[in-house]
Design a protein around this ligand. Structure first.
Ligand code: HEM
Length: 454
């Protein structure tokens, strides 16, 4: 009797478990494919219910630390020529875009086709430049471009950031041994705090830095608002940051003299910005934008500087060439700070190093869009409301476009890259408005490091 019950259980397990496993395995594909069964969807697999392919994604990113193998595995399975794959990531049915031509198509299309859409919109803010569209986006974008990316603003930034960079390097020499990534974050944050909101080092800056670090950790996390998640902690830190900025705005509104003394910073610029009806931005618009500008400028720039130092340490021949070029400039400047014009005109090799650093670092590995309406591309349907993940790092590390891509080779920038294959700062309407500001800060850091220190 007992043995027949055991056999029944075993039979049940042998039949049921594989069926349940298969049902789970195909659940998402069936659920999302069914409404589009009359069309051809991009190849791929959409993973398990709710989490989709997130475990697979994390395996490649966090465990084996070879992110692009996630795409290579799909290309091996579905065809090397495929430009996109369907999947389910960050809580949404998605299409991964991994070719220059398709990402160009996506990034250069209007909002009617593909809308900018980060998964963590609650952290980014509904009224930030990154979240708004149409005229509201253009107005903010034009202001930010003028404030950070024009020759005049770059000249100002170059003079603003150098004293702190020089002081930081002096302190490194005194300490003898430092964790460069921590120190770089600190000085980059101080420079950004000064440039964007005229904050000086002190308790407010320390609190800001602490809260921003938490925000950045939650920025790319799956948006799960549960106690203990990075996302929840980031939302809480965002609230605290908003309070600090709100208090600063109130001070400026109440005290004209105080506001005038901070005239040149981004926060004042946003407070004075008017729309087409001559109306100022509302408080949330100002707060969302100052908040996101610091996020965008802080993390990406400090990571790029860190990678620049890493690569200079790893490639002594590159360091030697950079040093030679910068010593020549330093001699000509006779101890004065360098300018953005010097960098553009006299530091050709250093600029190549900056370009190569940013390509290899891939600090902005993906761009996110939402599909506004059904779109056809090369016979495949891209369904409305799905997400698009433009996997730009795959393009920058692909030997089809960059010879020996993992080798740090600044000389490759002596000639332009293959059209469409350099998307480190994005493309189209959303191209990074801080691209020159970032390049400038990396070049300045390299300059002072190599002319002053071994
Ligand atoms: C090496 C450093 C940087 C990299 C690699 C980088 C990369 C990018 C990329 C790829 C995009 C396009 C996103 C998309 O299309 O979805 C972008 C957008 C943006 N970046 Fe940067 N960025 C850097 C530095 C900065 C700095 C210093 C600022 C500060 C002003 C900044 C502010 C922004 C903003 C506000 C956007 C949104 C633009 C829009 O929606 O119109 N970035 N960045």
């Amino acid at each position: 009797m007992e043995s027949s019950v055991g056999i029944l259980w075993l039979t049940w397990a042998l039949v049921t478990l594989p069926l349940v496993g298969m049902a789970l395995w195909w659940w998402n594909d069936f659920r999302y494919y069914f409404p589009h069964r009359k069309s051809k969807l991009p190849p791929g697999h959409m993973g398990l219910p709710i989490i989709g392919e997130m475990l697979n994604f994390l395996w490649y990113f966090k465990v084996i630390r070879r992110p692009d193998e996630f795409i290579n595995a799909k290309r091996r399975k579905h065809g090397k020529g495929e430009e996109m794959f369907r999947t389910h990531l960050f809580g949404s049915p998605s299409i991964i875009v991994c070719s220059p031509s398709m990402s160009k198509f996506v990034l250069q299309s209007s909002d009617d086709h593909f809308k900018m859409a980060w998964p963590s919109i609650e952290i980014i803010g509904h009224k930030s430049l990154v979240s708004v569209h149409g005229t509201a986006h253009m107005r903010l974008r034009t202001f930010i471009l003028k404030a950070v990316n024009q020759p005049q603003s770059l000249r100002y930034t170059a003079s603003l950031v150098q004293p702190r960079i020089v002081k930081t390097l002096e302190s490194w020499a005194q300490k003898g041994r430092v964790i460069a990534s921590h120190e770089i974050r600190k000085v980059t944050f101080e420079n950004i705090g000064k440039f964007f909101a005229s904050f000086e080092p002190g308790p407010t800056m320390d609190s800001l830095a602490k809260f921003y670090d938490v925000v950045i950790q939650g920025f790319r996390a799956t948006p799960l608002d549960f106690p203990g998640t990075s996302y929840r902690r980031a939302l809480q830190s965002r609230k605290k940051l908003m309070t600090i900025f709100r208090e600063e705005m109130e001070k400026r509104r109440e005290n004209k003299e105080y506001a005038t003394s901070k005239k040149n910073d981004m926060l004042n610029g946003l407070m004075e910005l008017k729309d087409e009806y001559d109306k100022n931005l509302d408080e949330i618009e100002i707060l969302d934008n100052i908040f996101i500008l610091v996020v965008a400028g802080y993390e990406s720039t400090s990571l790029s500087i860190m990678w620049a130092i890493y690569n200079l340490a790893k490639y002594p021949d590159v360091l030697e060439k950079v040093r030679e070029e910068n010593l020549k400039l330093s001699k000509r400047r006779n101890g004065q700070f360098i300018t953005s014009d010097d960098i553009a005109n006299e530091l050709k090799y250093t600029n190549n190093v900056v370009e190569e650093t940013i390509r290899v670092a891939n600090v902005s590995a993906f761009m996110f869009r939402t599909v506004s309406k059904d779109v056809m591309y090369k016979g495949y349907k891209i369904p409305k409301d799905w997400k698009l993940i433009v996997w730009s790092r795959y393009i920058h590390t692909n030997p089809e476009y960059y010879e020996d891509p993992m080798c740090f080779n600044p000389d490759r920038w002596d000639k332009p890259s293959i059209p469409g294959t350099n998307q480190v700062f994005g493309m189209g309407l959303r191209t990074c408005p801080g691209n020159m500001l970032a390049r400038l800060q990396v070049a300045i850091f390299i300059h002072h490091l190599v002319v002053g220190y071994e």
